[in-house]
Ligand binder design. Structure first.
Ligand SMILES: [Ca+2]
Ligand SMILES: [Ca+2]
Length: 386
């Protein structure tokens, strides 16, 4: 097997596409700067944890603020994929109990390195129950902080926070040699076309043959059984002696001597005819029949050899045989030649002519490079890709 080793380069482009972001449900704070959504806070009440604002459970909460009303108290969350936040839905307690309240002023900040934060929005929105903060085009950031500035009681308490955002996701798309961010290389082993030659032999084999039933004379020398007469009377065409119907017949002439008229019988596969059965015309008013004749054979419709000289049976309606069992050869053309016939007020007629024969038919069998009649070529591709 022949193969050719080739290197193929595949070019790729990185593309950041904006996709909806689904807020994960947290059961722990996680790690800020890690590979999944996480949160943290400074000065948290020890009985609560920051993740309780993201746990989708409204019976617990994140509480902070007591004894820590000073600055640098914050609530932070982080997404490994940068977020463009358009809305925060902050669920505070529904009413004041145990000195917990809501933020009355705040600043939202964002960062992409977790160290340098920029102000996104400041506001004073806040009330018991749901407070919605809308943000106009924040830009994409991984780190976010809610900085509490003032709150309505000793504590502020966030039961839940829902973040509405889109994320930037990198997708890899095919690039071109002129336009790509990176490429990968692949070795392939390409198959080489191989031509396989098949050798064939033509073989002539002897096979049974059944005389076809004709509905027209056909064309002698063509590719199907056919007949051609020296002459025929209108209505008594040649093929009517080969239509497997004794009530129809071939008549060469109208009420005159049929001598020297003939029918050429042709088969595309050469025939070894062993018998010819002849049936005289079947009407009995003026029965006239072939009384003597000659059977010729040929393979080219030009050179004919005589293979039988026969005497007919002129008995009315008789079916009689011309024995050709001594004929050992195969011929494509046979000639039924009338040397003499009965004639008088009606024409000499032949109702049916039936040949008993075997045929030489061509079959194709495999040959070898040393012994063949022709060959065919086949192209195959052999090889493996890795
Ligand atoms: Ca909660
Ligand atoms: Ca007939």
């Amino acid at each position: 097997m022949q193969t050719v080793k080739e290197i193929v380069k595949h070019y790729w482009k990185r593309e950041q596409i904006e996709q909806p972001w689904t807020q994960p449900v947290l059961s722990a704070n996680g790690t800020i700067g890690g590979d999944s959504f996480a949160c943290s806070a400074l000065n948290t009440d020890t009985r609560t944890a920051p993740y309780m604002a993201f746990d989708s459970n409204k019976t617990n909460n994140f509480t902070a603020g007591w004894l820590s009303k000073a600055a640098n108290n914050y609530f932070e969350w982080y997404s490994p994929k940068a977020l463009n936040i358009s809305k925060l839905d902050i669920q505070y307690m529904t009413s004041n109990s145990s000195a917990v309240g809501y933020l009355t002023s705040w600043t939202i900040q964002a960062s992409n390195d977790g160290e340098t934060f920029v102000d996104i929005l400041s506001g004073t929105d806040g009330n018991f129950g749901l407070t919605t903060i809308n943000i106009q085009h924040s830009g994409y950031y991984k780190y976010w902080k809610l900085l509490p500035l003032t709150w309505s009681d000793e504590w502020y308490c966030i039961v839940n926070m829902d973040i509405t955002a889109t994320q930037l996701t990198e997708t890899i798309t095919p690039g071109t040699a002129e336009n790509y961010d990176f490429y990968t290389s692949e070795y392939i082993y390409k198959a080489v076309p191989t031509v396989i030659r098949h050798y064939w032999k033509r073989e002539q084999t002897e096979q049974p043959w059944t005389q076809p039933v004709l509905t027209a004379d056909g064309t002698i020398g063509d590719d199907s059984f056919a007949v051609l007469a020296s002459a025929f009377k209108s209505g008594n065409e040649t093929y009517k002696a080969f239509d497997n119907n004794t009530s129809t017949m071939w008549c060469p002439v109208n009420a005159s001597n049929p001598a020297s008229h003939y029918i050429i019988i042709y088969n595309p596969n050469a025939l070894n005819v062993s018998n010819i059965s002849v049936t005289n015309r079947q009407d009995t008013t003026n029965p006239t029949a072939v009384s003597a004749g000659i059977i010729y054979a040929s393979n080219n419709n030009e050179e004919w050899i005589e293979i039988s000289n026969f005497i007919g049976n002129t008995t009315a309606k008789a079916t009689w045989n011309i024995d050709l069992s001594l004929n050992e050869n195969y011929y494509k053309y046979y000639k039924f030649y009338i040397s003499s016939g009965q004639y008088g007020s009606s024409s000499c007629g032949v109702a049916e002519i039936k040949l008993t024969a075997t045929q030489l038919a061509e079959t194709i069998i495999p040959g070898t490079a040393d012994d063949y009649d022709y060959y065919t070529d086949e192209t195959i591709y052999k090889g493996v890709n890795i």
